[in-house]
Design a protein around this ligand. Structure first.
Ligand code: ATP
Ligand code: MG
Length: 573
């Protein structure tokens, strides 16, 4: 992992004692030289054309986390410059998700569309300075004129129009007199630049489309590249932290800001977060939703923040994970097991323990009095003494997990089997004395005896058993549906299949398993959506919003197996 340097020694007023990284070093340097008078003001600029994913969480935590650490400010700004793909639903979801991560931008919620008039004026200023022109080349011709990485581009025949002509045409564009695609406004920079972004990039296009915020006020819209840097400038952003793909756009942003003579923020690029078994691109996530591969943006298998929330991931675990991945200058892929590790670490500390049986097998204690009910005291969280204890009812008929019993066990199977004794957690030792089968030969009931001298789970004579099972009392347990999840893809890199298959061909047909006749201890009846528990021996689970008064639905958040430790061991050995 990058960037696990020790905390900084020099502790100026604005120098937090957090692990340093190259972004902090730049900010520290700017604070030393007074470039921004010690101000730190960042922003997160999502385009409202989809839901936020865990990659965005990295950008949010970096931008907002840095501002918080340096006692600065941060803005949430929607880069809403493409009305065709943007929707109010996405705006609302993004606001909810950033709040959920734990950030508060106070009154600094902005929209690039608020700056449309100013951006238009700046375009006029560029035209007047001879730095922008209206081009009538077709999109196809423009692509051809643009050249390639190895060949310079060619100048458009419209490049040397007069300022007056350009002003008149741009006004016509704005007035709605020209159909979509007639012409565009381009910056006049350098068609031979080695940087393709500097070869007279398009600044404005005609788009007769209704905008979620500005309605029909505009029929020309600025390109992202013309809106982004200037929006940062308008808001007085000091450090505009973004992903590496914008590195090649920085010279354009700098050029525009210099031509316009306006306040100049500093852009810093970092490597985007990639995860194994995960597709992050919004274009692809939209396909998963629209083509029905998942149940929606908040499907617990989605890497969206709303999906992770529904899956039961705490926001604190996501923030801890992002911190752990560090800040790098070159792209890499992080193991999804590391994210799951962070979730487990977090839930271990605060999720109450309960007993639930996913695939119930009936157990009858032949020597336990009919109608008798005892209550055993169970520890709510061994990691948190303040969490206290609860009472769990016990009776003659119980359920245990089907795979905790084998009629004819192999050598290494230590759980319940004929003649074998095991412990029921918090309760008694029980011993299997027989099984009952249905007509097909399936075991429908396991018959046992219990030893009253083992009350509480320990034998007075000191004898040991090799297994402790979880259980619920059949008469008291509550029925529940449990949804188990696996990776959404069958291979660790679904983004770039060596055989060239589309990522949808790599979807794991077993990524969701629904169990409808699970049983959980009675204390869980009526648990609220979002409540998280550890089901002993089975993992962490969260109550799904599909639950209601008569129905309890859980999602498994993660199992208890630490795959991350295994991967680390393998990497070291
Ligand atoms: P995608 O590529 O997933 O479709 P995007 O970059 O087009 O996402 P934006 O709404 O433009 O989506 O993203 C807002 C911000 O989030 C950008 O500044 C971008 O740099 C950052 N971001 C997007 N994906 C990641 C990622 N995987 N890791 C870190 N930051 C990211
Ligand atoms: Mg983008």
């Amino acid at each position: 992992m990058e960037n696990k340097e020790p905390a900084r020694q020099d502790t100026g007023p604005n120098t937090p004692a957090a692990p340093s990284n190259f972004i902090r070093e730049i900010i520290d340097e700017d604070n030393r030289t007074g470039r921004y008078n010690g101000r730190v003001h960042t922003r997160f600029p999502p385009e409202p054309n989809g839901y936020l994913h865990i990659g965005h969480a990295k950008s949010i935590c970096l931008n907002f986390g840095l501002a918080e650490d340096y006692g600065g400010k941060y803005n949430l700004r929607f880069d809403d410059t493409n009305p065709i793909k943007e929707e109010q639903e996405y705006i609302d979801a993004i606001i909810q998700d950033v709040r959920w991560l734990g950030f508060d931008w106070q009154d600094r919620l902005y929209y690039a569309s608020d700056y449309f008039e100013q951006l238009y004026q700046w375009a006029v200023q560029l035209i007047k300075a001879g730095k922008a022109y209206v081009d009538h080349l077709s999109a196809e011709a423009m692509r051809e004129y643009r050249g390639t990485l190895t060949e310079p581009g060619r100048e458009s025949p419209y490049r040397n129009r007069s300022v007056e002509e350009n002003l008149a045409l741009f006004e016509q564009m704005r007035a709605g007199e020209l159909p979509d695609g007639t012409c565009v406004l381009r910056a006049k920079i350098d068609m031979a630049s080695p940087n393709l972004n500097m070869r007279d990039p398009v600044l404005y296009r005609i788009l007769h489309a209704e905008h979620p915020r500005t309605g029909n006020a505009w029929c020309i819209y600025p390109m992202y590249d013309f809106a982004h840097g200037q929006s940062d400038s308008i808001e007085g952003i000091t450090h505009s932290i973004c992903t590496l793909e914008f590195e090649d756009h920085r010279p354009l942003y700098d050029w525009l800001i210099e031509q316009l003579g306006i306040y100049h923020p500093r852009q810093i690029e970092f490597a985007r977060l990639n995860l194994t078994y995960t597709v992050m691109s919004k274009r692809r996530l939209i396909r998963l939703v629209q083509e029905g591969y998942v149940r929606g943006w908040d499907d617990p298998r989605m890497p969206t923040l709303s999906g992770l929330r529904r899956r039961g991931y705490p926001p604190e675990a996501i923030r801890a994970f992002v911190e752990m991945t560090g800040v790098a200058k070159s792209n890499s892929t992080v193991e999804i097991a590391m994210l799951e590790y962070c979730v487990r670490q977090d839930l271990n500390r605060r999720a109450p323990r309960v007993m639930g049986v996913l695939r119930p097998l009936r157990v009858v204690l032949l020597n336990y009095p009919e109608g008798q009910v005892e209550e055993f005291e169970a520890v709510n969280n061994p990691e948190d003494p303040a969490a206290g204890t609860r009472k769990v009812p016990f009776s003659r008929e119980l359920y245990i997990e089907q795979d905790d019993f084998m009629e004819d066990p192999p050598d290494k199977f230590y759980r319940l089997a004929p003649g074998r004794e095991v412990r029921l957690r918090y309760a008694y030792f029980i011993k299997c004395v027989g099984v009952v089968k249905d007509e097909q030969g399936n075991i429908v009931e396991v018959q046992c005896t219990y030893d009253p001298a083992t009350r509480g789970g320990d034998a007075a004579d000191g004898r040991k058993v090799k297994a402790t099972l979880h259980w619920v009392s059949a008469a008291h347990a509550v029925e529940a549906e449990v949804r188990l999840y696996d990776h959404l893809y069958t291979q660790s890199n679904p983004n770039d299949d060596p055989e060239g298959r589309d990522f949808t061909a790599l979807i794991n047909p077993r990524s969701l398993e629904v169990l409808t006749s699970c049983r959980v201890e009675p204390g869980l009846a009526g648990a609220a959506a979002g409540a998280r528990y550890q089901f002993e021996r089975l993992g962490y689970f969260v109550v799904d919003p599909d639950s209601d008064a008569g129905r309890l639905v859980f999602n498994r958040t993660v199992t208890l197996r630490d795959e991350w430790a295994k991967i680390q061991k393998a990497q070291q050995g």
